[in-house]
Structures are given as C-alpha cells and as structure tokens.
Design a protein around this ligand. Structure first.
Ligand code: ADP
Ligand code: MG
Length: 283
C-alpha cells in the first residue's frame, strides 16, 4: 500500500454536518476502523461534547482524564490525550462535556480558530527526536475529526485543521436542507482561515431499500452534488446501531453484516480518491 501521507503528514478529514443524527459519529468510528483494517494508522479526534465516538469505541468516562478540551485550551499536547482502542492502529483523543464551555473560554484568544490545527501539527514533534530511525513523521496516516452538530467554534477549529470535509447525509426527506449553509461555512473558512480546504465527499447514510423516498433522496443529492457523492451508500442496518452499546465498532461486532461491508467499501473508495488526488498533485 502507498502510504497516505508521503511527506510525513496525516490526511486530516473532518466529519461535519450541523444536523444531529445523520451518521457523523457512526461514520467516524466505522470508517476509522475500516481504514485501520486496511492497514492505515488512524486517529479519531472526538470534538463532540457528547463524547459518543469515545463511548462507541469503549472508552469509559473514568479513563478520559485528559480530553480534547484540554488540548484545545492548550493545557496538553494532542499526543498526551490519545488512547488506544480495541482496534489495532486505531487511536482516539476522547472528549468530555467540558468542551461545551470552550467557546466562551476562548472568546478573547486571537488564535482560537487554530487550536486544533496547531495541536495536529504538534503531533510529529517530540518523539524519538534525534534517534536514527526517526524521520519526524506523525504516527498517523489519517486523522478523522468527529464534529458536534453545530457550526460553532469547535467545528470551525475542525475545518481550519482539515485538508478536506466529509459530509454524512441521511437518506431522508430533509437531507439537502442545511447543506447549502454547511457549504457556505466551508467556503468562508476557505477564504479566511484555510485556503486548501476542500469537500472530500458526501456519504449517504441510513439508506432503506424498502423505502422509495431513500432512492429519491439518492437521486436528488447526486443531481445536486455530482461526483462529490461517494458511490458507496451506507444502508440502514440494525447491527450498526447496536454495536455502540457494546463499545465496539460494527466491524468488530459483526464483520459480515451489510453495514460493516459498506464501511469497508467506503474506506477503499476514500483511499482511491486520495491516490488520484496525489497523482494529480505529482503530475
Ligand atoms: P451524528 O453523529 O451525526 O449525530 P450518529 O452517528 O450518532 O449521528 O447516528 C445517529 C443515530 O443513528 C445513532 O443512534 C446511530 O446508531 C444510528 N445510525 C447511524 N448510522 C446507522 C445505520 N447505517 N444503520 C442504522 N442506524 C444507524
Ligand atoms: Mg455525533
């Protein structure tokens, strides 16, 4: 496999949509697991005060002594907040409810939108420096940021830190509602904070094949967003919704179910897009 980050930098993808319940956290956990299963090394950064990504990966509240809140306030490095999960090559920086107070605390700080970007840049400092086999690379090829359901300062931090945005859209009647506001925010962040920011892709989630509406939504979103929409569609699958209560990604809970298989396909589609992007950049 070609490493995702040839220059020792991780690819940073933010999972964003200001609507709640569209599959951001489920996709962060299971795409992260699928990428790790394919051989990538992945860090999930939990930026939702609800901490569902942390819980869904089996990180109980007592072990979150250091969290993304402490990272964004500047008290600790990102590396210090990272915990291992049951999935090899998949790590997480967990969140706590403290995050919900962050916006006010950072209000007067000039660098408040860049806290996460700087923390991710700091990942490749400090370890093994000077030793022969250290090439000063980050240990991760992908960083996936799980955003809260809001376009607040936390989400702006994620967008300022990201190379690209991954947008989960639920296959329901109001799927496209709110998308133009999200795209507008991405555009604002691109012009003010992060000129390289792009939309990586849109992933349709909770597709129900027995429901005609789902198929109609797929058609509408593809018409509106063209090839930004991934070919892979995540089906509604009860195994996907059961897995978090066992503190497991669905790929560990039931590898054969249609939900797990869809997330594996999404991971390989994302890796293919990354290769195509790199080929274009190198040409
Ligand atoms: P968000 O992070 O955008 O708020 P979640 O990932 O937490 O959304 O998903 C919302 C709810 O939908 C959760 O209860 C989750 O278990 C469920 N869910 C997500 N994806 C699926 C799926 N493919 N099939 C069934 N349930 C799903
Ligand atoms: Mg969530």
């Amino acid at each position: 496999l070609v490493p995702a980050a040839p220059y020792g930098l991780p690819r940073v993808l933010a999972l964003a949509n200001q609507k709640g319940g569209v599959g951001k956290t489920t996709t962060a956990i299971n795409l992260g697991t699928a990428l790790a299963a394919i051989g990538e090394s992945v860090l999930i950064v939990d930026l939702d005060p609800q901490g569902n990504a942390s819980t869904g990966l089996g990180i109980d509240r007592r072990s979150r002594r250091v969290s993304t809140y402490d990272v964004l306030t500047g008290d600790v490095s990102l590396r210090e907040a990272v915990l291992e999960t049951a999935v090899p090559r998949l790590h997480i920086a967990p969140s706590t409810m403290d995050l919900s107070g962050l916006e006010l605390e950072l209000a007067s700080q000039r660098d408040r939108a860049y806290r996460l970007r700087d923390a991710i840049r700091g990942l490749n400092g400090g370890r093994d420096s000077g030793s022969l086999d250290s090439r000063n690379e980050t240990p991760y090829s992908y960083v996936l940021i799980d955003c809260p359901p809001s376009l607040n300062l936390i989400t702006v931090n994620a967008m300022a830190a990201a190379n690209a945005i991954l947008v989960p859209l639920q296959c329901e009647f109001f799927a496209l509602e709110g998308l133009s506001q999200l795209l507008k925010t991405v555009e604002q962040v691109r012009t003010t904070l992060n000129p390289q920011l792009t939309i990586h892709g849109i992933v349709l989630t909770m597709f129900d094949s027995r429901n005609n509406l789902s198929a109609q939504v797929v058609q509408d979103v593809r018409q509106f967003m063209g090839d930004k929409v991934y070919e892979t569609i995540i089906p509604r699958n009860v195994r996907v919704s059961e897995a978090p209560s066992y503190g497991k990604p669905v790929l560990l809970y039931d590898l054969k179910c249609v939900g797990s298989q869809a997330y594996l396909r999404l991971a390989s589609e994302i890796i293919q897009r990354e290769r195509a992007l790199r080929a274009t950049a190198a040409a």
